[in-house]
Design a protein around this ligand. Structure first.
Ligand SMILES: Cc1ncc(COP(=O)(O)O)c(C=O)c1O
Length: 374
């Protein structure tokens, strides 16, 4: 990235040499990303991140389909990232009818329910590839097959988008094997720079740009490009694409040791989500009698960085919408923590968490019990 922040600082739209160099660099990055996901370079757009890609896919495709008279029904799931959920809610404000599919206790969406949700006026379906809170991998290929079968039988044209933000480095990505028309990625989820994303849009997918202005990104995403960001994103994706099976096996073993160690040493702990057919680097676990943010603060003092799916605003707990959709009771959901392991997570890191966590869970319980007694 550095040369494009320093020496080659030309604007890719410029006709002068530095501009042409910048444009060539972006096109090179585009070809790299396309190669990583089985797409054509002309089908790859650079964006400001996963959220923008998802917003553009949902709003841009649904709008263009409705404008073409195809209908105004959209199918998505109740467990999407807020980038998808809030885009779907915006579509509702614009007059679209949106069906939100639920999931089972492992966080998996039912292909049968998807089939039943399809209607003659369905124009778009958006189902995430891997869930960011519980790691469940969704049956996107089977959903794509249902859409193809419906197209053969009824002549319906339904576009399929997937939020694949959590997948790179863990799940091999091939847009043709998945059978999707659009796919969203976020650079910083696979070691690239923050504030950079990718939107794959299959050729001839109806699309109205979300961001209008100049003709950048093949008229599909206006605004002067983040050249260094695109280059960093492409380089990181290329690295993430290498050694997926080996990385997955190594990190899964660490994750399983963390899970088994916690379950064995912390009474009142239980895992949320699937343990098979899920991302190898994700562990979502609940502790009875705990509010996750209180525990997170304590872990932070030991330099353990975890996260929770719940949010506390104005002293009201909003438990994770994903856990609630899975049928996890509210009390269990507010005490849930998510550990995300990475390529560089070590055995020592796991030892540290296993050493620190039991006592911190216990003292969090005592603190909260004393607080509610007072
Ligand atoms: C599944 C999923 N989708 C979308 C996003 C949003 O990506 P970004 O932060 O690049 O906007 C995230 C980020 O955590 C995510 O996990």
């Amino acid at each position: 990235m550095l040369p494009y922040l320093e020496e080659h600082f030309g604007n890719p739209s410029g006709l002068y040499r530095a501009g042409r160099e910048a444009q060539q660099a972006i096109d090179g990055a585009r070809t790299t990303v396309a190669g990583c996901i089985g797409a054509r370079p002309s089908e790859v757009l650079f964006t400001s991140g996963g959220t923008e890609s998802i917003n553009a896919a949902l709003c841009g495709i649904a709008y263009a389909m409705r404008r073409a008279g195809a209908g105004a029904h959209v199918i998505t799931t109740a467990i999407e990232h807020h980038g998808g959920l809030h885009s779907a809610q915006y579509l509702e404000e614009l007059g679209f009818d949106v069906s939100y599919l639920g999931c089972d206790s492992s966080g998996r969406v039912s292909v049968e329910e998807f089939r039943e949700a399809l209607r003659p006026d369905t124009v778009l379906a958006s189902v995430m590839l891997a869930n960011n809170e519980v790691g469940t991998i969704q049956p996107i290929e089977d959903i794509a097959e249902v859409i193809r079968a419906s197209a053969r039988e009824h002549g319906r044209r339904v576009m399929l988008h997937t939020d694949a933000v959590q997948a790179p480095g863990w799940v091999p990505l091939d847009v043709n094997a998945l059978g999707v028309d659009a796919l969203s990625l976020s650079g910083h989820k696979f070691g690239g720079p923050k504030g950079n994303g990718v939107l794959y849009l299959r050729r001839a997918t109806p699309f109205r740009p979300l961001i209008s202005g100049g003709g950048q990104e093949m008229q599909k995403r206006a605004g002067t490009e983040n050249v260094a960001g695109a280059i960093g994103t492409a380089a990181a994706l290329e690295l993430a694409n290498q050694g997926i099976a080996e990385r997955g096996a190594r990190v899964r073993a660490l994750r399983d040791r963390l899970r088994d160690g916690i379950l064995a040493t912390v009474p009142g702990s239980r895992t949320n989500g699937c343990q098979v057919n899920c991302l190898p680097n994700n562990l979502n676990i609940s502790f009875d009698g705990v509010e996750s943010d209180v525990l997170l603060e304590r872990l932070d003092q030991h330099e353990i960085a975890a996260s929770s799916g719940s949010a506390c605003s104005n002293s009201t707990w909003e438990p994770s919408h994903v856990l609630l959709a899975m049928g996890v009771p509210i009390r269990q959901a507010v005490g849930s923590l998510r550990f995300s392991l990475g390529e560089n997570t070590t055995d020592e890191d796991i030892d540290t968490v296993l050493r620190v966590l039991p006592a911190e869970v216990e003292s969090t319980r005592e603190h909260l019990a004393a607080r509610s007694a007072s």
